[in-house]
Write a protein that binds this ligand. Structure first.
Ligand code: JHZ
Length: 396
């Protein structure tokens, strides 16, 4: 049974940045109700309203993983680890985006899967064999008929974006060698609760995983966890290492039972924990609105930094527009000169001078706080301050 614990009201689709501002309508289905539930049996957190993949991931998908050094560094480190620990003969990445990870692998030993044609074009251009398609059984069979089987499959921030998770794992199991490994990484729901980062919920994040839910989910496909790594990326993620249950060559590390017991101790198996999270979100919203109001009452200038999918949730839920935030800065070319979805706030292509005469910066990309603080030393030095809602609304 799926029990609702969070209602983030009406939201636009994240990552749909319009060239000019327009008020979106519920009737025309430009806005949809963002409600989140907890499945008491499977322990899986999911959205009630699931938007079809083809609407979310099209030929104009603007997000590029390479826009942050934190991510490219993390991918580089991982690629070294995969080669050293598993030395795969053939490596497949589901959701290869602009090739931020795959570029660290040999072109003859790696395959990309990417449904957004604008991104698939990038990895093809770099010489990687790229399937411009959605991950499903058809595609898995297509790859199988060309390459036979694959001994390492990796996917970051992608599987949680696909509606039918059973099909996802069935298609993976279909292609993986008997002693193959699957590595997936996604934001951790435990971290999401701890940081009260309710902006992890937007249409693309159909599911937010916990080790508890992943363990149950993969068991049906005769897969099991053998290692879990904690990562700082995307506000706190977990990297799950998965193998076939009957593969006894790989030992199960105690990181798995440790993570599961931490989650159980924190109450991730109980609906009450989720309900409390939902209540805290409302308080966080009111506190953030109060901070913005106080600053604007003093006639100070606020801009946003990092026009993230996450910021879309916050700004729409807290109803913050250009009366409060003058503009956003972002390094992503396909976001510049466009508007935050559902809001009248323009996004400008990042340049240092856009921070001149600014008093406060709202951290849309709070998950890259360290990288941004390092970059904006001068802003901090001259007394500029940042606003964040994580783990609670405050000025830093
Ligand atoms: P970032 C996207 O979410 C969507 P978002 C998706 N659903 C997902 O799961 C995650 O990514 C992985 C900019 N930036 O990574 C670049 C600067 O301008 O938090 C990006 O637009 N300057 C697939 O959108 C944004 O911030 C900088 O110095 O929430 C960061 O987006 C840095 C570091 C970033 O993901």
């Amino acid at each position: 049974m799926i029990k609702k614990f969070l209602d983030l009201e009406y939201q636009p689709l994240a990552n749909k940045y319009l060239k000019s501002y327009k008020k979106l309508s519920i009737k025309k289905k430009e806005l949809y109700r963002l409600t989140v539930g907890f499945n008491t049996k499977t322990k899986l957190v999911s959205l009630f309203n699931k938007i079809p993949d083809k609407i979310m991931f099209d030929s104009n998908y603007p997000y590029k993983s390479s826009m942050s050094k934190t991510m490219t560094d993390s991918f580089k480190k991982l690629s070294i680890k995969i080669k050293k620990r598993f030395n795969p003969k053939l490596f497949l990445e589901i959701g290869s985006n602009d090739g931020a990870l795959i570029k660290n692998f040999d072109k003859n030993k790696a395959i990309c899967v990417e449904p957004c044609s604008n991104l698939a074009k990038i990895t093809r251009g770099k010489g990687y064999f790229t399937y411009n398609d959605y991950w499903d059984l058809n595609l898995s069979n297509k790859i199988k008929s060309k390459f036979n089987t694959v001994d390492a499959i990796y996917s970051a921030n992608t599987l949680t974006h696909i509606n039918d998770l059973n099909k996802v794992f069935e298609s993976i199991s279909n292609l993986l060698t008997q002693d193959g490994i699957l590595i997936i990484e996604d934001p951790s729901f435990l971290e999401c609760i701890k940081k009260l980062s309710y902006d992890q919920f937007y249409n693309e994040h159909i599911y937010i995983f916990s080790a508890l839910s992943v363990k149950k989910l993969i068991h049906e496909f005769d897969l099991e966890l053998f290692d879990i790594e904690k990562l700082d990326t995307h506000g706190g993620s977990l990297r799950y290492f998965i193998k076939r249950i009957n593969n006894n060559k790989i030992k199960i590390k105690n990181t798995v039972s440790k993570q599961i017991s931490t989650e159980l101790k924190f109450g991730l198996a109980n609906f009450l924990t989720y309900k409390k999270f939902g209540i805290s979100v409302k308080k966080s919203k009111n506190d953030l609105i109060r901070i913005f109001k106080k600053i604007k009452d003093n006639n100070k200038k606020i801009i946003g930094y990092g026009a993230t999918a996450k910021a879309c949730t916050i700004l729409n839920y807290c109803n913050i527009g250009n009366e409060t935030i003058d503009y956003f800065v972002d390094t992503t070319p396909d976001k510049s000169n466009r508007f935050i979805p559902g809001k009248d706030i323009k996004i400008k292509r990042y340049k240092k001078t856009l921070l001149d005469n600014v008093d406060y910066i709202y951290l849309g990309a709070w998950n890259f706080k360290n990288e941004i603080f390092k970059k904006e030393k001068n802003f901090i030095k001259r007394g500029g301050r940042f606003i964040t809602h994580v783990p609670k609304p405050r000025i830093i």
